[in-house]
Design a protein around this ligand. Structure first.
Ligand code: ZN
Ligand code: ZN
Length: 755
């Protein structure tokens, strides 16, 4: 009798393999193939040993990456032969807790179809249980306190599983096998309704009661996955206006949550790409064109042609929306620009003046995360505007390994940080504008948490060149680290190259609001040639004074005044809605220049000027508002363009501004003027990039910076460059705005550290 050759193989699996049902999958696979051995989670991922017939072991190794569970991302499988031990069974072994943690924690994931079915099935034991989850869905990043990802190191540690839950948890054949947040109404977290003074409101079913409150016009504070939201019925004019007034938010649009895809379709125009984004497991807010006649209160998104819509992503949201049966405003639980509230006591204190009633629960949130925001650009190409819940802490590769572990601190607005080790970079969640103590605290805590989670002890710290950014100061205060200053627009260029796995050199058109230039002035309309390590500024927008500094950012009419004065060389008549005296004073301020009117090449400010000339907006309430409204006003069918000549390295839009003004004086509609301006800038940008590419024999152009959140500008520029046979790279995994800066700094620092 011949016995088939036996062998034993030890396999290490790296990637996102914890908290995603990987061990039960391995167990079932080994079981099916009749193999013995074990699987365990450790700090580096998953370790497996299998023993059995050669052919079965080989098949096991083939199927391991190919059939991995949906939330897993297997990056590396490293098998090695070891000595036979003669085991008879396959086991799942308790986690090991020593050495260097490098295992990856997965992002929070929207309720899967199986759980959703159970949630609404009256016969299921978790019928209407707002915290249902399984290995394929549920909270992850927001509840993880440390690694390895196991229940005691999550905020579920305080809940002891009942016998039924424990049986599922221990059954390798069950969908909830080792699902760390597994729970039911018997043993798990509970929802409660609370008055703003903290008193408990009796309710047999808190979810139904909350929905009834919403339908009768209340503003509800809801504790969700990564923080609190403020909610009210989207079509209730009174409730939305009250919410806006109490939140002290003038006109920044509120996001909506629709009960279903069908309901979302009634609010906004959705193509297949938008629908895919909406339904994806990340469940971001998707920005799309508002449908005429969409039933939402005026105060939801005043003056915006778009609406931000998302679908329910947690079982609690599923129930709330199903019970309400109508779209809700679902905006971050904060006042004005503060960070979103996530700790219960703090939320109650801060939101009591805003909310009429609170829907809370007793599962702590460890990490605050905002909703992510995306829009679709072209088939298969999402444009991420805010990268947070659902995406974080997924890692992004670096094209070249960091020689030493590093930290990158980002910029100031839309702040994020980035840690990197080897070729892996972890970009933190959106922190917000790093301008006060509260956001700085989130920033520090976020960095500390990520350092622990991914075991990165940085030896290098990358930062912006702006000396006054809190992120720069934080970087320079970290002791014993090698600081590397990275120019803002170079970081934008590097971020886009690196996420595409490229190292350059390439041409980059980097347009944004402002960034500290290498020469100490405020840049923001830059044509660069560079790679990850360095860059050269080969072109830029004509510099004009920024009359009144930061005030010019808040009052776009000042930029209209600066640009018209620059173009005419004399005092122009005031833009719509501006008093003649103030106009004259600002023109004078611009003429004198100096520290009160420093020069800037910002394309964001040029958009402001045009928006003010068009009479769209003379003052803004949030960053980028004027530009967004100018884009919203533009008629995409308009194909003609104003002149925008280039002289030497300078893009000179003086003629553009004058042409727009004379069109407006002749009564041409704003829709046409706005579009002709976009077309002019796109054409000039493409010309300048093509010339730079020609001169250096380069074939690739990067378009990035916050201004390229503007889809019309991005698409027109992209088209024009492709027509010239150039390859165009646009950010896909990270935002084109300053949310992508930290990762770009990390890429630059890794390149500068390279031997
Ligand atoms: Zn599930
Ligand atoms: Zn239970």
């Amino acid at each position: 009798m011949s016995v088939a050759a036996q062998c034993r193989v030890r396999t290490r699996v790296e990637g996102t393999v914890q908290g995603v049902g990987f061990r039960p999958f391995v167990y079932r696979l080994a079981d099916e193939l009749g193999l013995a051995g074990f699987v365990l989670n450790d700090e580096r991922g998953v370790l497996i040993e299998v023993e059995g017939g050669e052919r079965e072991v080989e098949r096991f190794l083939d199927r391991l990456p190919a059939e991995a569970p949906p939330l897993a991302a297997v990056e590396r499988v490293t098998p090695a032969r070891v000595a036979l031990v003669g085991e008879g069974t396959f086991r799942i072994v308790e986690s090991r807790r020593r050495g260097q943690p490098d295992a990856l924690v997965s992002p929070d994931t929207a309720t899967c179809e199986d759980c959703r079915r159970e949630l609404f099935d009256p016969a299921d034991r978790r019928y209407r249980y707002p915290f249902i989850n399984c290995t394929n869905c549920g909270p992850r990043f927001t509840i993880v306190r440390g690694v390895p990802y196991d229940r005691p190191l999550t905020t579920m540690a305080g809940f002891e599983m009942c016998a039924a839950c424990r049986a599922e948890y221990e059954d390798p054949g069950d969908r909830r096998f080792h699902a760390q947040p597994n729970a039911c109404a018997e043993c798990g977290p509970r929802a409660r309704l609370v008055a703003p003074d903290g008193a408990e409101r009796e309710a047999a079913d808190p979810l139904r009661a909350a929905a009834e409150q919403l339908l009768s016009g209340a503003v509800l504070a809801v504790k969700g996955l990564g923080g609190y939201h403020l909610a009210c019925r989207a079509e209730d004019e009174g409730a939305v206006a009250r919410l806006r007034a109490r939140k002290h938010r003038e006109d920044k649009p509120f996001a909506l949550m629709a009960p279903s895809l069908e309901s979302a379709r009634e609010l906004v125009e959705l193509g297949p790409d938008e629908e895919e984004l909406l339904r994806g497991r990340e469940r971001p807010i998707v920005i799309a064109r508002r449908r005429p006649g969409a039933r939402v209160a005026r105060a939801v998104a005043p003056r915006s042609r778009d609406l931000g819509v998302m679908l329910p992503y947690s079982p609690l949201h599923q129930l709330l929306l199903a019970d309400a049966g109508t779209p809700l405003v679902m905006t971050s639980g904060n006042v004005s620009d503060e960070p979103i509230a996530y700790e219960d006591a703090d939320a109650l204190r801060r939101l009591a003046p805003i909310a009429d009633v609170f829907l809370v629960h007793d599962r702590p949130i460890h990490m605050r995360t905002d909703d992510s925001v995306v829009r679709s650009r072209a088939p298969g190409a999402p444009l991420i505007l805010r990268r947070s819940r659902g995406y974080v802490p997924g890692s992004v590769a670096l094209p070249l390994a960091a020689r030493r572990p590093l930290l990158a601190c980002g910029a100031e607005l839309k702040s994020t940080f980035c840690l990197a080790k080897g070729r892996r970079a972890w970009v933190g969640h959106h922190i917000g504008d790093l301008q006060n103590w509260e956001t700085l605290r989130s920033f520090r805590e976020g960095i500390e948490h990520f350092e622990r989670l991914f075991a990165v002890e940085p030896e290098v710290v990358a930062h912006d060149l702006h000396p006054d950014y809190l992120s720069t100061r934080y970087a320079l205060e970290r002791e014993g680290l090698r600081p590397i200053g990275v120019q803002h627009h170079h970081a934008h260029l590097a971020a886009c190259l690196a996420e595409h796995g490229e190292g350059g050199p390439a041409v980059g058109a980097i347009y944004d609001g402002t960034g500290h230039g290498s020469d100490g002035t405020a840049w923001g309309g830059e044509i660069l040639v560079g790679d990850l390590g360095g860059f050269e500024r080969v072109g830029h927008l004509l510099p004009v004074p920024l009359p009144g500094g930061d005030r010019a950012v808040r009052e776009p009419w000042r930029m209209a005044c600066a640009w018209l004065s620059e173009a005419l060389g004399e005092l122009a008549p005031p833009a719509p809605g501006v008093e003649a005296d103030r106009w004259r004073d600002v023109a004078e301020l611009a003429r004198r220049g100096g520290p009160a009117a420093p020069p800037t090449t910002s394309v964001g400010r040029l958009f402001d000027a045009l928006a003010a000339l068009c009479g769209l907006r003379s003052a803004v309430n949030y960053e980028g508002q004027a530009a967004a409204e100018l884009e919203g006003a533009a008629d995409p069918r308009e194909r003609s363009a104003y002149p925008l000549p280039t002289s030497g390295p300078v893009l000179d839009p003086r003629e553009t501004v004058l042409a727009a003004r004379s069109d407006l004086e002749r009564g041409r509609p704003v829709a046409a003027v706005a579009a002709r301006f976009h077309n002019a800038l796109a054409a000039a940008t493409a010309d300048a990039c093509a010339a730079a590419a020609d001169a250096r024999r380069l074939g690739t152009v990067v378009l990035s910076g916050g201004v390229f959140q503007n889809r019309l500008l991005l698409e027109r520029t992209d088209e024009a460059l492709r027509r010239r046979g150039l390859k165009v790279l646009v950010p896909r995994l990270l935002p084109p705005n300053d949310g992508g800066i930290a990762y770009g700094q990390a890429a630059v620092a890794a390149a500068r550290e390279a031997p």
